[in-house]
Design a binder for this molecule. Structure first.
Ligand code: ADP
Length: 472
């Protein structure tokens, strides 16, 4: 089958979070299973696109409201990512380094979706499946079915995967003219709560809705930032599929980003090497357990709780633990995390910013990874941690609930129920106890290094869905 994945992010082309990791891996595994999966993302002006070579495969023009934009479709020349990668370059809108957070994001991503469909129609392409990811591509299932310009695609099955239902891409009806002509009696398909809601539009019009873990599918029927009733209504066509991880990129045996590779047999020594590097870089003590947090510093991840959690645990276990943070986001949280540094020098440090290489070294060198998330649709960090032999400390929610089991219940992680300072401090204390139980630690390390979260299984589940949608 020919499957187009269309997304705002794709690793290593443009990454903000887990969406990129999924879109950069799933198509590769679909292709390994014999399909023709392709990825389409906007042509950002970033390091990766500037360092790679592309061929122009199509030039076109698109109309967004009263404005016209030229767009160019570029194909990555080598195919080295494991799938054909197409960039849609719309210079006025995407010649910028970042993926999101511009005032005209509505215009940017609406134009991107229109350009994608124009390209398909103008170049006579009829894929078997169009697979959309998150709200940035949520108007596509609607446009394919309802816009006169794309009539020829109307029978193409569309899927939308919800990686994060908190963000929905809302915009006002004053911008409805951005969407190419359609029968106005169909306006209800794009509306939710009095606004145009691209994620809701995708959920209403797509043939299938998937979420990135089974537990997240359950949870969003009760709490989905206003979409819960819609999701309950569309439950019959929804499936929760746990994300995989790209075992080729995330492999302690071969990972070029970490300090010394390791296998199951050499894990203890290998991890110590990475920990020693981190401790040297960040002024920490390698003889103490290292707790780490990696992620966006936002409420969803429980990041606002971190400063108080760290303050409490560092006071309680002052001589016993190290804490290292890698993240960026809410400026208030960033400042608070920075302000802890002088008080706990030698036991605590924070790197505020985005650093892919450092994230790999932390997964490899930390003893415990903290994820006190309020919302976690799947969560990849805990799976990376397991793959590198680091014990996750997680709140039981979404994908965390599906992937981590408490060592007290014969599992291998540390789990708590509330996203509260108390629960996390208590979990850190349990972890300190566990760290000093060498036998148990060894047993857990051995176990987690062998857990298989590779994409093969999840890719198979997506293939089953694609097959079920194939026209007879
Ligand atoms: P989300 O997509 O909600 O941010 P996920 O757990 O699905 O969360 O994915 C997060 C991904 O982003 C992981 O690959 C993680 O390592 C990476 N990541 C997050 N913040 C940073 C950072 N500051 N530096 C490097 N990698 C980061």
């Amino acid at each position: 089958m020919e499957i187009f994945h269309i997304s705002a992010e794709c690793y290593p082309v443009a990454k903000v979070g887990g969406l990129a990791d999924v879109v950069g891996a799933l198509p590769k595994y679909l292709n390994k299973a014999g399909h023709h999966a392709k990825v389409v993302v906007p042509g950002y002006d970033n390091k990766w696109t500037n360092e790679n070579e592309f061929d122009i495969v199509h030039n076109g023009k698109l109309k967004l409201g009263w404005f016209y934009f030229n767009y160019t479709v570029l194909q990555e020349r080598t195919g080295k990512l494991g799938f054909p990668l197409y960039l849609i370059a719309i210079p006025e809108l995407f010649d910028r380094p970042n993926v999101y957070s511009y005032e005209d994001d509505t215009e940017r991503f609406t134009a991107f979706q229109i350009a994608f469909l124009n390209w398909l129609v103008e170049s006579d392409q009829y894929p078997d499946i169009i697979h959309c990811h998150d709200h940035h591509t949520g108007l596509i299932p609607f446009m394919v079915q309802q816009c006169y310009n794309y009539k020829r695609l109307a029978h193409t099955p569309t899927i939308i995967t919800i990686h994060n239902g908190q963000y929905q891409g809302w915009f006002g009806f004053d911008k409805m003219h951005y969407i190419p002509n359609f029968d106005l009696s169909r306006t209800g398909f794009i509306e939710w709560g009095g606004l145009i809601n691209p994620l809701a539009a995708g959920i209403k019009s797509a043939w299938k809705v998937t979420t990135v873990s089974p537990s997240y599918l359950e949870e969003i029927s009760h709490s989905a930032n206003g979409l819960e009733n819609l999701l309950r209504f569309e439950r019959h066509k929804s499936v929760g599929i746990l994300n995989g991880i790209d075992n080729e990129v995330w492999n302690p045996k071969t990972d070029p980003m970490i300090i010394g590779n390791y296998t199951l047999k050499t894990a203890k020594k290998g991890k110590e090497k990475n920990k020693a590097f981190l401790c040297e870089q960040f002024g920490l003590d390698p003889s103490k357990p290292l707790f780490a947090f990696i992620g966006r510093l936002v409420g969803e991840k429980g990041a606002d709780l971190l400063p108080e959690i760290f303050h409490n645990s560092l006071r309680e276990h002052y001589e016993e633990i190290n804490i290292l943070v890698l993240g960026s986001g809410d400026t208030f949280v960033e400042n608070q995390l920075n302000s802890l540094k002088p008080y706990f020098e030698g036991n605590y440090n924070a790197y505020i910013g985005y650093n892919e290489k450092l994230s790999h070294i932390i997964y490899a060198g930390a003893d415990f990874l903290l994820m006190p998330s309020r919302v976690e649709p799947c969560g990849l960090n805990q799976m990376y941690a397991l793959r590198y032999g680091t014990i996750p400390i997680v709140r039981r929610t979404g994908g965390l609930k599906d992937t981590v089991h408490d060592f007290g219940d014969n599992g291998f992680g540390i789990c708590h129920d509330q996203a509260s300072v108390f629960d996390v401090n208590y979990s850190i204390s349990r972890a300190v106890g566990l760290y000093h139980d060498e036998k148990k630690m060894k047993q857990i390390l051995n176990y987690i290094l062998q857990i298989d979260h590779s994409w093969e299984k999840a890719a198979g589940q997506y293939i089953d869905i694609y097959n079920s949608l194939k026209p007879l």
